[in-house]
Design a protein around this ligand. Sequence first.
Ligand code: ZN
Ligand code: ZN
Length: 369
Amino acid sequence: MTRVTAERRLTALRELMATKGLDAFVTTYGPNVRYLSGFSGSNVILWVEAGRAWLVTDLRYATQVEEEVPGDVIEIAVARDGIWEACRDRVGSLSSVRRAAFEGHRLAHRDAQRLVEWWPIEWAAEGWVEAMRERKDDAEVEAIRTAAAVAGSSLAETLPLVRAGLREADVVAELEYRIRRAAPEGAAFETVVLSGERSALPHGRSGTRALRPGDLLLIDFGARWEGYCCDITRTYVVGEPEARHVEVHAAVCGALEAAARTLRPGVEARAVDAAAREAFSARDLGAAFLHSTGHGLGLEVHERPRLHREETRGLAAGMVVTLEPGVYFPRWGGVRVEDDYRITESGAECLTPTSRALEALGGTAVISP
Ligand code: ZN
Ligand code: ZN
């Protein structure tokens, strides 16, 4: 991470600490540590006070931490034994710290206990780095854009291979292989490939079912680039689509576009969800839309904000969100389409270049995998 980025993010955190009356903030949570310091390893404690910041990790990361963290902004310590013991020694008596915060929703109970036992100061169990992460800077958006381009081209290379007879797991392997070659950090999350009636499982896991002619094929996938995730879903048909496939797919794309038209700074998150829901209801598909319309994404594939039907918080320029409307019919199948958008000053920009078209994949010839 550059010195400038680290300074900007630590300054924002320190301003937040000042408004809450905190002298220190400690995090061990990987995505938050990476956001604030650039360090991408595990087993780390990042400690921030008004006048200094330091992190401690272990010997396995001695070289990596020097490469990733701007040492003139954040002091680097490498522990020979435990990082918590090193933290205790470094902090000492904490004479200047009266009120400190750890991330109660992230820190292991045993580690929170250590902090409270070692230092009889007031611990405010807050968590706001996630809120800071909502609005992305240009470099973060570019990383997501690159992840989306890489994932899209990997999918484009995979689709010609899809045939009846391949199993869901084969399609996962073919796609993830290509993602990993193009993006060294690999898939952003476990790729989901669901076929036939299994595509009606909104949270299904890929299995060994072999694709058959006439199957819907739902693919939910993403790549990670410089830590940042994209999250894309496409639905296709193995062989020729039926009229109902075309009709439902068009309805899902219509719901996505209706939601996308609402995206702009200031709009309540629930209004985005409502736009997708109304588009489905207008086609009598409202009852088949079983989840929220979307979510933020960045260093994690699910971040704030959530585009949920009760979420009244407003969107802001710089946020990156997915829109993922879908409808699911047991024993028939499901159709979901998902794209990623950056909220701009005046609206939104789609970051995922992959066509949404309902392609007919692989003809009807059955081959062995
Ligand atoms: Zn997804
Ligand atoms: Zn998603």
